[in-house]
Design a protein around this ligand. Sequence first.
Ligand code: FRU
Length: 484
Amino acid sequence: MSELTQEYWKEFNKKQALLREKVTQDPWRLTYHQMPETGWLNDPNGVVQFQGTYHLYHQYAPVNPEGGLVHWGHKTSDDLVHFEEHDIFLSPDQMYNKDGAYSGSAIVKDDDIHFFYTGNVKNPGEHDYTFSGREQNTVHMVSKDGFSVDEREVVIHHGEYPEGFTDHIRDPKVFEKEGTYYMILGARALDHRGKILLYTSKDLYDWTYQGIFAEAADETMGYMWECPDFFETSEKDVLIFSPQGIQATKPFVYQNVYQSGYYLGQVDYEEGQFIPENEFQELDYGFDFYAPQTFEDENGRRILWAWMGIGDTAPEYSNPTVHRGWQHALTMPRELTVENNELKQRPLPEYQALRQNETQETLTIDKQAKFPVAHQDAFELLLDVSEMTAPFSITLKEDTKLSYDGEVFRMQHGLSGYGRSTRGIAIEDITLIHIFADTSSLEIFLNDGSYVMTSRVYPKENREDILFEGQGTLSFTRWDLIKE
Ligand code: FRU
């Protein structure tokens, strides 16, 4: 039965047309990041390369910049830099997903893309929607082209999940290993520990529960693990997830309301368990990063996209674009590798195509130096700071100060942070700082992808100078990033 009436779509189109007008006037619209055409965006979904084309789907509430009923938006690209916007791919138009087509993933088999997602249902009545009242069904869809859906059915009904869980079981991620398909699902267990469930299938249609793939060792590791993601590398297996309910126990860890991070380890396929071999590591130390998803492209690269935003932050900080008809975006795609037991995240080389007006300088700094730039909306700045003596700092984008004191790298926002203040990373030595700025975002890669910090910033006008303070010699290369 279809829940979305003609009336719904009529109202929808009307509201979206109004938002479209607002959005086009906003100078904070990003230039080389993926955003909602209008309204709200959250998690990346179903990312896949299929017959050469990259398909990027995402959680999308197009008519309300503050969220609401989620659909899947859809964009495609041939080069991961230039994207085309398409019609909504998936809508909450069936009883089994009537309160949201929640997050999910994609896998290619033969000539089809198979999608798995969570159909969210809220039953009427007196409920808290955690312990009662919510259903989260796992839905399977088959598509021949990534645009239309040929088959769609629930493969795991909410009532079929094992005992011991709250109503929160969602975000299927499917991968294949030696002819068997594995599905992992994020869950909130009744014992207040986040867990990841494992199902297997031989054909992507019939799924059998195998047990717990991974779980929080105790309550300190969170009550809910959202958006699990998994991949193998030649060195280690990698399990990514977004835990909720972790408290910060020391400075400069777990600084946001929720986290996103990973374990390196090994899967024991006999037992169906992921065995972590390190402490949980955060993927990003900035204000705006959540619910990452990875996929392998046709060149064998492992690429990650994340929501460049996070939920439940108010009143700590805000996103002023809400009043301009939209909210949130995705990070740049990043390539992931494991090298000597370390997960590295690097910007994709494809983005070098945007570079224009290169300037290279080596500055010997005694106290301070200014570097004037005509245009600071979107740029890339690669700094070699190995000859700088801590403390030193770089102020850019009006009032964001990046500093290193020998122990902690900090990003401090001024007014343009709209309530975002400081984030830090405890780090022994910094040699390279690689900055990607867009009209209203900053992504900072440290030491060739060992650490990343991502935040939205909303400068009134992009200031004309970059200010360096400290002592030593600094070389840098700067490019405007211009998408044509
Ligand atoms: C993560 C998340 C997912 C869920 C989706 C709903 O941000 O809460 O767990 O599927 O967002 O929009």
